[in-house]
Design a protein around this ligand. Structure first.
Ligand SMILES: *[C@@H]1O[C@H](CO)[C@@H](O)[C@H](O)[C@H]1NC(C)=O
Ligand SMILES: [Cu+2]
Length: 170
């Protein structure tokens, strides 16, 4: 009797903290990675990004890079003048989406952005789990649908497995 009540309580607590600590890693371009000739706008469509999630840009170091730009820089494929502070060049660049809003990233190598379509624009929504609305505060034409891709890695699975292990132990 007491045991099952403990289990119920534990599961309620575990399930309620999952949305707070969960975050999703998005591999930009999925298996294609960060390369020329891929439609990153199509890739971003239908995905929901939340503050705390991460973008991972994978490419061969030196062949590409990742520049965070503003909307103008995105449209014109313009690399910011102080590129050293805005750029990522490791080939496995993990960018934490720390705040909500519109974010733009381009490749700054030669004409990869303009001719190779190496540009991606996303809208980051507030973090889940704090009673934040799931819709974007500024109306942007980003369609909102369930993210069904297989690449996002849900760290909340660790919590679920951990909770189940403890539940089994008791
Ligand atoms: C966009 O970025 C460029 C280059 O960094 C800068 O010159 C420009 O003022 C920015 N535009 C806006 C609207 O912030
Ligand atoms: Cu490139």
């Amino acid at each position: 009797m007491a045991l099952s009540r403990f289990l119920t309580m534990f599961l309620i607590v575990a399930v309620s903290i999952i949305p707070i600590i969960s975050s999703t890693d998005f591999i930009v371009g999925d298996d294609n990675g960060w390369a020329t000739g891929f439609d990153y706008q199509a890739w971003a469509q239908g995905k929901e990004f939340h503050a705390g999630d991460k973008l991972v840009f994978k490419y061969m170091k030196g062949k590409h890079n990742v520049m965070r730009v503003n909307g103008t820089g995105f449209q014109q494929c313009a690399v910011p003048p102080d590129s050293s502070t805005q750029g990522f060049t490791t080939g496995n660049d993990v960018i934490v989406l720390s705040s909500p809003g519109r974010k733009w990233y381009i490749c700054g190598i030669s004409n990869h952005c303009e001719n190779g379509k190496m540009k991606v624009a996303i809208t980051v929504q507030p973090q889940i789990g704090f009673g934040a609305p799931t819709s974007s505060p500024n109306p942007t034409p980003t369609p909102i649908s369930a993210a069904t891709g297989t690449s996002p890695i849900y760290s909340s699975w660790i919590v679920i497995i951990f909770a189940l292990l403890i539940a089994i132990m008791f």
